[in-house]
Design a protein around this ligand. Structure first.
Ligand SMILES: C[S@@+](CC[C@H](N)C(=O)[O-])C[C@H]1O[C@@H](n2cnc3c(N)ncnc32)[C@H](O)[C@@H]1O
Length: 192
């Protein structure tokens, strides 16, 4: 049995456009960033909205940016399906301009995420958290180096590996199939 089967039913019903962030990674973004019902989150790119809408289920408001209007439409359908009214979807380039300030969390899942870090720094409040979802190690290096250059603190990278277990009468062990690598997650905080 794969971990996919334990996802809440709502995830199985959401539409998918580009590659989505899976609950195993969403969970650690929520827990390590420490967001709660009073938090303001900024997210990019929206894609199908899996991360943005998961954040919206627990925080005060999410602003999510995507350059592709067709992906914003998919995310809008998912938003309506979940009945969330605390999400603002913006068809804009996050590396050009971010309109909001005072954010608690800024999440980035797009190619060349490091190009948006200057805007993330302006938009975050002191002590706010930035997270990059980075499929390759070269991206982690560029992202971390840019974080350091911009004066972010507590720069930390993790990979979340979930091992599905085969539970049966005899020979209980991890399964030989399942999702292994999705992306590395690089966290940092804007200095207080
Ligand atoms: C892999 S998808 C994001 C998936 C999303 N995190 C989810 O969980 O469903 C990457 C998205 O980034 C968007 N994108 C790429 N460059 C961008 C930019 N400069 N500003 C905003 N969105 C961008 C793409 O259009 C694409 O929809």
């Amino acid at each position: 049995m794969s971990h996919m089967f334990i996802y809440p039913k709502i995830y199985r019903k959401l539409k998918r456009g580009p590659q989505v962030i899976l609950p195993k990674d969403i969970g650690i973004i929520i827990s390590y960033s420490g967001i709660d019902k009073n938090s303001i989150c900024i997210d990019a790119g929206t894609g199908s909205g899996w991360l943005a809408l998961s954040l919206a289920r627990i925080c005060k408001h999410v602003y999510s940016y995507d350059v592709r209007e067709d992906f914003i439409s998919i995310a809008e359908r998912n938003r309506a399906f979940l009945g969330l009214d605390n999400v603002t979807l913006k068809n804009k380039d996050v590396s050009k301009k971010v309109d909001e300030t005072g954010a608690d969390l800024f999440t980035l899942d797009l190619p060349d995420s490091e190009k948006a870090l200057r805007n993330a720094k302006k938009a975050l409040k002191d002590g706010g958290c930035v997270v990059g979802y980075l499929p390759h190690m070269e991206q982690v290096k560029k992202f971390s180096t840019t974080l350091s250059r911009l004066g972010f603190a507590d720069i930390y990278t993790v990979e979340v590996i979930v091992r599905d277990m085969l539970v049966r009468e005899e020979g209980i062990r991890p399964t030989t199939k399942g999702i292994w690598h999705t992306a590395y997650l690089t966290f940092a905080r804007k200095q207080d």
